[in-house]
Write a protein that binds this ligand. Structure first.
Ligand code: NAD
Length: 319
């Protein structure tokens, strides 16, 4: 059945990809965004679609809408952006969660929280299963995001226990793909833009820290599967690609695939940067029958093509 679905943060990277998928499925979408890190370009293809409506609104302010489901994605996700105004980031996570939960409670509808692998902090166990409680510095520069997302999870589970609210919580691991910003600041977009523009490719630390990278189409499939899963599937559930790469390996692959002449240089490691990250996705496999299908090189082909277009647009606009 077609639903009226609220996507907070719908003009962002994941949000706009999710809106696109839900529109393909003939749902009616309300995209709520304050455009702090989202972009008009991401939602431009939907503006003529009668099933799409845009609500320029800050999720920290309460509102009540006539809807059937909520995906709560509003929050800056890249360290450069979430650390630029840490108090706003914490407020977005906590007050945003509270506001969507109140709306879901009044409507008695499903609400999905886009949580993050950052709740595991710099993990002591590897790969990270959902029952690992994490190793987060509560007062460091990343805490506004990590602790904000942890508090949001607490609120979700308290609403479930106190009001029997149908919640869904996913923990997203590094995801990449089209609709990321040129100056997004995350590693895949940084490396690609640096490689395409011939700038030095900056690796923080020795480059031996690891991450796993999920292509956005796979992630969106997992998100939608989670929202529509059985009532007993509440989460938290890890969503990500368990294939693990060092930053050095990723940089080498990007340089090779872009035929770049960029040099790889090293800069100091940021404070509290996790050494390794890889999701244990057994729960997602069992409960959602979900598996990431797009291999890193295949996802990079599409992502590099997207950034080439973005850079060409930027050059045309400047001339
Ligand atoms: N992309 C990833 O790898 C990743 C990993 C883990 C978790 N997540 C989570 O997924 C969600 C989306 O991430 P993304 O990568 O698309 O980031 P993004 O920065 O591209 O998108 C976030 C969107 O939220 C909007 N927003 C921010 N604060 C808001 C507010 N107060 N009110 C209304 N809108 C607001 C922004 O304008 C933007 O459109 C975030 O909650 C993030 O924590 C993403």
């Amino acid at each position: 059945m077609n639903k009226r679905i609220l996507v907070t943060g719908g003009a962002g990277f994941l949000g706009s990809n999710l809106c696109g998928r839900l529109l393909e499925q003939d749902h009616k979408i309300v995209c709520m965004d304050n455009f702090s890190t989202g972009s008009w370009r991401n939602i431009a293809p939907f503006l003529d679609n009668p099933n799409f409506s845009l609500l320029k609104h800050d999720v920290t302010e309460p509102t009540l809408l006539d809807i059937d489901q909520i995906y709560n994605l509003a929050c800056p996700a890249s360290p450069v952006h979430y650390q630029a105004d840490p108090i706003a980031t914490l407020k977005t996570s906590v007050l945003g969660a509270l506001n969507v939960l109140e709306m879901a409670k009044l409507r008695n509808i499903r609400v999905l929280q886009a949580s993050t692998s950052e709740v595991y902090g710099d993990p002591d166990i590897h790969p990270q299963p959902e029952n690992y409680w994490g190793n987060v510095n509560p007062i460091g520069p990343r805490a506004c995001y990590d602790e904000g997302k942890r508090s949001a999870e607490t609120l979700f589970f308290d609403y479930q226990r106190q009001f029997a609210l149908p919640i869904k919580v996913i923990r997203i691991f590094n995801t990449y793909g089209p609709q990321m910003q040129l100056a997004d600041g995350r590693v895949v977009s940084n490396f690609i833009v640096q490689a395409l523009t011939g700038q030095n490719i900056t690796i923080y630390g020795d480059g031996m820290q690891t991450r796993s990278f999920c292509y956005v189409d796979d992630l969106v499939s997992g998100m939608v599967a989670m929202m529509n899963s059985g009532a007993d599937v509440v989460g938290p559930i890890n969503l990500g690609n368990p294939e693990e790469f060092t930053m050095r390996e990723l940089a080498d692959i990007v340089v090779e695939m872009t035929n770049s002449r960029s040099r790889i240089i090293h800069q100091p490691l940021p404070i509290d940067d996790p050494r390794q990250r890889r999701p244990d996705i057994s729960r997602a496999r069992q409960s959602l029958d979900w598996n990431p299908n797009v291999a890193l090189r295949d996802g990079l082909v599409r992502t590099i093509a997207y950034f080439e277009d973005m850079l060409a647009e930027q050059t045309r606009a400047a001339s």
